[in-house]
Design a protein around this ligand. Structure first.
Ligand SMILES: *[C@@H]1O[C@H](CO)[C@@H](O)[C@H](O)[C@H]1NC(C)=O
Ligand SMILES: *[C@@H]1O[C@H](CO)[C@@H](O)[C@H](O)[C@H]1NC(C)=O
Ligand SMILES: *[C@@H]1O[C@H](CO)[C@@H](O)[C@H](O)[C@H]1NC(C)=O
Ligand SMILES: *[C@@H]1O[C@H](CO)[C@@H](O)[C@H](O)[C@H]1NC(C)=O
Length: 426
């Protein structure tokens, strides 16, 4: 992709961010926050449907490469944003300042763009206006958890990479209010400078499991348990939710075991054992699905990737079975990274089931078919994982947000389980 196209996409994203307004004001309540979508598919968007799909795919490519680099323990240079698509509103400081924070369940970090930041977007947190704000010094225990801190002055400063960017931050603390829960002394990176292709939203709420994350910092309050229901990006009424803590979580929900990769403890791995198209269980080599903490192979649930990516042999099997079910009478076309598209609607699409140890999740067509607004094109919204930069085939299956939409997904870390139940939240 050319630099100018990237710049164009970046500018487009900026203009969208500033236009972010909830379509329906459902108040944040108790420990439940409203989840908003960046609305990349919204009709008011000036881009054509095809252009939006291509834009999302290129961001997804970057995101999946980023996840794969986490898995491999290597750093990669990214060419496009790896920005997550769902956000919540949080209040930081005293008196509270509202900050829009991106949800990222594959990341531990918590950061907020602070006033004076060079390279951040417009709306920023002004720490000088908060009476509870505290810059952490180098002596602070938390400073030992950040990547290679420096102690210019007395502040604990550090750089971190996110997607394709480097963010320079001071380690800080302030009260964060999520819905009606106040968390005093919440530790986050106060971003001073952002460089690179990635344009950060106002903040990032990492819901991973590591020492930095919201879960670790609020363990007594939320007991490392949360669930979300992501709204469909087609819906005008964005009323998804993020529910923090064990209270109010579904009691009866199908679950599978959460697996822990000590090398990448922030990622939520599960054991996917098969895939079904219709009632047919596909013939996928077990190595394409097997969990391997050393190589990082396996399957994760990620809220920041839009379209599910499967390792090549798994995707090829899904594609083959899907095309066969749709029938030879319809001509297969492609759109960007999607290679199974048809003109017009598909008469009787089969369901697709992800089979996890102890839990089958059967997706209705809304979770894997995307239609152009004019109805002239329908695509199977999944793809093979992009190759890693060194042409090594990717080993990571990513169950992405489109496939999770309108489902409650429960992350129950103390009991090592991940649950999925159908729930309409669009
Ligand atoms: C961040 O740290 C740097 C270096 O110590 C300092 O100059 C700057 O004022 C700090 N910014 C904030 C907002 O605390
Ligand atoms: C962080 O990056 C900046 C450039 O953006 C550089 O000047 C600084 O030395 C870096 N700090 C650390 C701790 O690596
Ligand atoms: C496919 O097209 C042929 C010829 O038009 C027709 O006879 C057949 O019934 C069609 N099959 C399906 C499954 O629609
Ligand atoms: C999932 O589906 C497979 C194949 O249809 C079946 O054999 C298995 O028992 C199901 N697993 C659960 C937990 O329902």
């Amino acid at each position: 992709m050319t630099t100018s196209l990237l710049l164009f996409l970046a500018l487009l994203f900026l203009s969208q961010t500033h236009g972010l307004t909830p379509k329906r004001a459902i108040p944040d309540e108790g420990s439940t926050l409203q989840v908003l979508h960046f609305s990349s598919f919204h009709r008011q968007d000036p881009l054509s449907w095809e252009a939006r799909v291509l834009q999302t795919q290129s961001k997804d490519d970057a995101r999946v490469r980023y996840l794969a680099s986490l898995v491999a323990g290597k750093s990669v240079v990214l060419t496009a944003s790896a920005r997550p698509n769902y956000v919540v509103k949080a209040n930081i400081g005293t008196p509270p300042q509202t900050v829009v924070m991106a949800l990222d369940n594959s990341n531990d970090a918590a950061w907020i763009a602070c006033a004076g930041c060079v390279g951040c977007s417009k709306a920023l947190f002004d720490s000088s206006k908060s009476t509870t704000f505290k810059a952490l010094g180098c002596q602070a225990a938390q400073c030992k958890q950040v990547p290679s801190p420096t102690c210019a002055g007395s502040a604990c400063s550090f750089n971190m990479t996110y997607g394709g960017s480097t963010l320079a931050a001071n380690l800080s603390q302030d009260t964060i209010k999520l819905a009606t829960d106040a968390v005093p002394g919440y530790t986050f990176g106060c971003i001073q400078k952002a460089t690179g292709s990635f344009l950060p939203p106002q903040g990032l709420l990492g819901l991973g499991r590591g020492p930095w994350s919201l879960l670790s910092q609020t363990h007594p309050l939320y007991q490392s348990t949360f669930s979300y229901c992501l709204p469909s990006f087609k819906s005008d009424h964005f009323s998804g939710s993020l529910r923090l803590g064990p209270i109010g979580q579904p009691k009866r929900i199908k679950t599978t075991q959460l697996l822990r990769n000590p090398r990448r403890s922030q990622l939520y791995y599960v054991n996917m054992i098969g895939i079904r198209v219709g009632r047919r269980v596909l013939n996928i080599p077990p190595s394409a699905l097997a969990f391997n903490p050393t190589t990082g192979a396996g399957t994760i649930f990620d809220s920041g990737t839009v379209f599910t990516r499967l390792v090549k042999p798994a995707y090829v099997a899904v594609r083959h079975a899907f095309r066969k079910r749709v029938g030879a009478n319809l001509t297969v076309t492609s759109l960007g990274g999607f290679d199974t598209c048809y003109s017009g609607p598909i008469p009787a699409p089969p369901t697709i089931t992800f089979m996890f140890a102890g839990m089958n999740v059967t997706l209705p067509p809304d979770n894997f078919l995307i239609h152009s607004s004019a109805g002239s094109t329908t695509c199977l919204a999944m793809a093979a994982a992009p190759d890693a930069p060194d042409n090594v085939n990717s080993v990571l299956n990513v169950i992405a947000s489109m496939q999770q939409q309108n489902h409650r997904v429960l992350f129950d870390v103390p009991n090592s389980r991940l649950g999925v139940a159908r729930e309409f939240c669009s």
